[in-house]
Design a protein around this ligand. Structure first.
Ligand SMILES: [Zn+2]
Length: 223
Protein backbone atom coordinates (compact mmCIF):
# COMPACT_ATOMS: atom_id res chain seq x y z
CA UNK A 1 0.00 0.00 0.00
CA UNK A 2 1.27 3.47 -0.80
CA UNK A 3 0.20 6.26 1.48
CA UNK A 4 -1.64 9.37 0.54
CA UNK A 5 0.94 11.72 2.02
CA UNK A 6 -1.04 14.89 1.37
CA UNK A 7 -3.95 13.55 3.33
CA UNK A 8 -1.78 12.28 6.16
CA UNK A 9 0.24 15.45 6.55
CA UNK A 10 -2.89 17.47 7.14
CA UNK A 11 -2.61 16.00 10.63
CA UNK A 12 0.51 18.05 11.17
CA UNK A 13 -1.63 21.18 11.44
CA UNK A 14 0.93 23.67 10.29
CA UNK A 15 -1.65 26.13 9.10
CA UNK A 16 0.35 26.33 5.89
CA UNK A 17 -0.23 24.45 2.71
CA UNK A 18 2.03 21.42 2.44
CA UNK A 19 2.82 19.71 -0.82
CA UNK A 20 4.44 16.35 -0.33
CA UNK A 21 5.59 13.42 -2.38
CA UNK A 22 7.76 10.33 -2.38
CA UNK A 23 10.91 10.95 -4.33
CA UNK A 24 13.51 8.56 -5.84
CA UNK A 25 16.58 9.92 -4.10
CA UNK A 26 19.76 7.86 -4.44
CA UNK A 27 19.93 7.44 -0.67
CA UNK A 28 17.67 7.45 2.39
CA UNK A 29 17.15 11.17 2.49
CA UNK A 30 14.33 13.65 2.56
CA UNK A 31 14.01 17.35 1.99
CA UNK A 32 11.86 20.25 2.99
CA UNK A 33 11.75 23.77 1.66
CA UNK A 34 9.44 26.70 1.55
CA UNK A 35 8.54 28.47 -1.61
CA UNK A 36 5.97 31.20 -2.07
CA UNK A 37 4.36 30.42 1.25
CA UNK A 38 4.04 26.78 0.39
CA UNK A 39 5.96 23.97 2.07
CA UNK A 40 7.39 21.31 -0.20
CA UNK A 41 8.35 17.98 1.33
CA UNK A 42 10.04 15.14 -0.49
CA UNK A 43 10.37 11.82 1.25
CA UNK A 44 12.64 9.02 0.07
CA UNK A 45 10.55 6.49 -1.82
CA UNK A 46 12.14 3.76 0.30
CA UNK A 47 9.60 5.01 2.86
CA UNK A 48 6.59 4.30 0.65
CA UNK A 49 5.53 1.42 2.91
CA UNK A 50 6.45 3.05 6.20
CA UNK A 51 3.82 3.03 8.99
CA UNK A 52 1.83 6.20 9.46
CA UNK A 53 3.38 7.04 12.85
CA UNK A 54 6.84 6.94 11.25
CA UNK A 55 5.80 9.23 8.41
CA UNK A 56 4.19 11.67 10.79
CA UNK A 57 7.27 11.67 13.02
CA UNK A 58 9.40 12.34 9.95
CA UNK A 59 7.03 15.13 8.90
CA UNK A 60 7.42 16.79 12.30
CA UNK A 61 11.22 16.36 12.20
CA UNK A 62 11.38 18.04 8.80
CA UNK A 63 9.13 20.88 9.92
CA UNK A 64 11.31 21.39 13.00
CA UNK A 65 14.32 21.56 10.73
CA UNK A 66 12.61 24.15 8.56
CA UNK A 67 11.53 26.23 11.55
CA UNK A 68 14.80 25.64 13.41
CA UNK A 69 12.81 24.34 16.34
CA UNK A 70 13.22 21.45 18.73
CA UNK A 71 12.66 17.86 17.61
CA UNK A 72 10.90 15.73 20.20
CA UNK A 73 12.84 12.77 21.52
CA UNK A 74 9.93 10.48 20.72
CA UNK A 75 9.82 11.48 17.06
CA UNK A 76 13.54 11.03 16.73
CA UNK A 77 13.37 7.58 18.30
CA UNK A 78 10.45 6.45 16.15
CA UNK A 79 12.28 7.63 13.04
CA UNK A 80 15.66 6.16 13.95
CA UNK A 81 14.20 2.80 14.91
CA UNK A 82 12.46 2.55 11.58
CA UNK A 83 15.59 3.47 9.62
CA UNK A 84 17.51 0.78 11.50
CA UNK A 85 14.78 -1.84 10.98
CA UNK A 86 15.45 -4.84 8.81
CA UNK A 87 12.35 -4.09 6.76
CA UNK A 88 13.57 -0.65 5.74
CA UNK A 89 17.17 -1.71 5.28
CA UNK A 90 16.16 -4.56 2.98
CA UNK A 91 13.94 -2.33 0.91
CA UNK A 92 16.60 0.38 0.71
CA UNK A 93 19.21 -2.14 -0.43
CA UNK A 94 16.90 -3.43 -3.15
CA UNK A 95 15.85 -0.03 -4.39
CA UNK A 96 19.04 1.98 -3.99
CA UNK A 97 21.74 -0.43 -5.09
CA UNK A 98 20.60 -0.09 -8.69
CA UNK A 99 20.48 3.68 -8.54
CA UNK A 100 24.00 3.99 -7.26
CA UNK A 101 25.66 1.59 -9.62
CA UNK A 102 25.86 3.49 -12.84
CA UNK A 103 27.24 1.30 -15.59
CA UNK A 104 30.44 2.16 -17.38
CA UNK A 105 29.97 1.72 -21.11
CA UNK A 106 32.93 -0.10 -22.64
CA UNK A 107 33.65 0.66 -26.27
CA UNK A 108 34.66 -2.15 -28.59
CA UNK A 109 37.27 -2.18 -31.34
CA UNK A 110 35.78 -4.19 -34.19
CA UNK A 111 32.14 -5.08 -33.81
CA UNK A 112 29.21 -2.79 -33.12
CA UNK A 113 26.76 -3.84 -30.42
CA UNK A 114 24.22 -1.29 -31.64
CA UNK A 115 24.30 -2.84 -35.13
CA UNK A 116 24.01 -6.33 -33.73
CA UNK A 117 21.02 -5.28 -31.65
CA UNK A 118 19.38 -3.75 -34.69
CA UNK A 119 19.85 -6.86 -36.82
CA UNK A 120 18.51 -9.16 -34.12
CA UNK A 121 15.63 -6.88 -33.22
CA UNK A 122 14.55 -6.67 -36.86
CA UNK A 123 14.95 -10.37 -37.60
CA UNK A 124 13.51 -11.91 -34.44
CA UNK A 125 11.42 -9.35 -32.59
CA UNK A 126 9.80 -7.56 -35.50
CA UNK A 127 11.69 -4.42 -34.46
CA UNK A 128 9.51 -4.14 -31.37
CA UNK A 129 12.10 -4.64 -28.67
CA UNK A 130 13.11 -1.57 -26.74
CA UNK A 131 16.83 -1.09 -26.85
CA UNK A 132 18.54 -1.93 -23.56
CA UNK A 133 21.85 -0.39 -22.54
CA UNK A 134 24.55 -2.25 -24.47
CA UNK A 135 28.12 -2.62 -23.36
CA UNK A 136 31.10 -4.87 -23.71
CA UNK A 137 32.08 -6.62 -20.50
CA UNK A 138 35.40 -6.00 -18.83
CA UNK A 139 36.67 -9.57 -18.64
CA UNK A 140 37.53 -11.63 -21.71
CA UNK A 141 35.25 -14.43 -20.59
CA UNK A 142 35.10 -17.50 -22.84
CA UNK A 143 32.36 -19.39 -21.06
CA UNK A 144 30.05 -16.59 -20.10
CA UNK A 145 29.74 -14.80 -23.41
CA UNK A 146 26.85 -12.61 -22.40
CA UNK A 147 24.82 -11.48 -19.45
CA UNK A 148 21.58 -9.60 -19.06
CA UNK A 149 21.07 -7.41 -16.01
CA UNK A 150 17.32 -7.44 -15.59
CA UNK A 151 17.10 -4.73 -12.93
CA UNK A 152 19.18 -2.24 -14.84
CA UNK A 153 18.21 -3.42 -18.34
CA UNK A 154 21.77 -3.86 -19.55
CA UNK A 155 23.23 -6.41 -21.97
CA UNK A 156 26.90 -7.17 -21.36
CA UNK A 157 28.76 -9.13 -24.03
CA UNK A 158 32.20 -10.65 -23.63
CA UNK A 159 35.01 -8.83 -25.51
CA UNK A 160 35.86 -12.27 -26.91
CA UNK A 161 33.08 -11.57 -29.43
CA UNK A 162 34.60 -8.26 -30.45
CA UNK A 163 36.77 -9.92 -33.06
CA UNK A 164 36.73 -10.59 -36.79
CA UNK A 165 37.71 -14.17 -36.00
CA UNK A 166 34.31 -14.75 -34.47
CA UNK A 167 31.49 -14.78 -37.05
CA UNK A 168 29.22 -11.78 -36.81
CA UNK A 169 26.29 -14.17 -36.85
CA UNK A 170 27.58 -15.72 -33.66
CA UNK A 171 27.75 -12.32 -31.96
CA UNK A 172 24.12 -11.89 -33.01
CA UNK A 173 23.25 -15.26 -31.56
CA UNK A 174 24.59 -14.28 -28.13
CA UNK A 175 22.85 -10.91 -28.42
CA UNK A 176 19.65 -12.80 -29.25
CA UNK A 177 20.07 -15.03 -26.20
CA UNK A 178 20.49 -12.03 -23.89
CA UNK A 179 17.52 -10.24 -25.45
CA UNK A 180 15.43 -13.33 -24.82
CA UNK A 181 16.25 -12.85 -21.14
CA UNK A 182 14.84 -9.36 -21.45
CA UNK A 183 11.75 -10.73 -23.16
CA UNK A 184 11.11 -13.68 -20.84
CA UNK A 185 12.28 -12.32 -17.50
CA UNK A 186 12.40 -14.80 -14.65
CA UNK A 187 9.88 -17.48 -13.77
CA UNK A 188 9.31 -18.94 -10.37
CA UNK A 189 8.47 -22.62 -10.29
CA UNK A 190 8.67 -25.07 -7.40
CA UNK A 191 10.34 -22.47 -5.20
CA UNK A 192 13.14 -21.92 -7.69
CA UNK A 193 13.83 -19.12 -10.10
CA UNK A 194 14.28 -20.11 -13.72
CA UNK A 195 15.72 -18.03 -16.50
CA UNK A 196 16.10 -20.72 -19.18
CA UNK A 197 12.55 -22.02 -19.28
CA UNK A 198 11.25 -24.35 -21.95
CA UNK A 199 9.63 -21.40 -23.74
CA UNK A 200 12.97 -19.63 -23.61
CA UNK A 201 14.76 -22.60 -25.16
CA UNK A 202 12.09 -22.95 -27.84
CA UNK A 203 12.53 -19.31 -28.75
CA UNK A 204 16.29 -19.70 -28.79
CA UNK A 205 16.05 -22.52 -31.32
CA UNK A 206 14.35 -20.17 -33.75
CA UNK A 207 17.74 -18.62 -34.40
CA UNK A 208 18.88 -19.25 -37.93
CA UNK A 209 21.73 -21.78 -37.93
CA UNK A 210 21.07 -22.61 -34.30
CA UNK A 211 22.90 -25.96 -34.37
CA UNK A 212 25.99 -24.42 -35.85
CA UNK A 213 25.91 -21.59 -33.31
CA UNK A 214 25.91 -24.16 -30.50
CA UNK A 215 29.01 -25.76 -32.03
CA UNK A 216 30.83 -22.44 -32.19
CA UNK A 217 29.86 -21.82 -28.60
CA UNK A 218 31.45 -25.02 -27.36
CA UNK A 219 34.58 -24.31 -29.44
CA UNK A 220 34.99 -20.87 -27.89
CA UNK A 221 34.41 -22.30 -24.41
CA UNK A 222 37.38 -24.62 -24.97
CA UNK A 223 39.80 -21.92 -26.03
ZN1 LIG B 1 21.04 -17.27 -20.50
Amino acid sequence: MTHDLEEMFKHLHTGESIQTEFYPYAGIRHSIRKRKGKILIRISDTFSEAPQDVLLALGRILLAKLNKSHVSKKDRTVYNQYVASEELQDRATAILSNRKRAVRIMKGNHRSLADSFQRVNAAYFGGSMEKPTLTWGIKRAHRTLGRYDLQRDIVFLSPVLDSYEVPEEFLDFIMYHELLHKKHGLREKGGRIWAHTRQFRNDEKRFYNYEQMKKIMSQIAKT
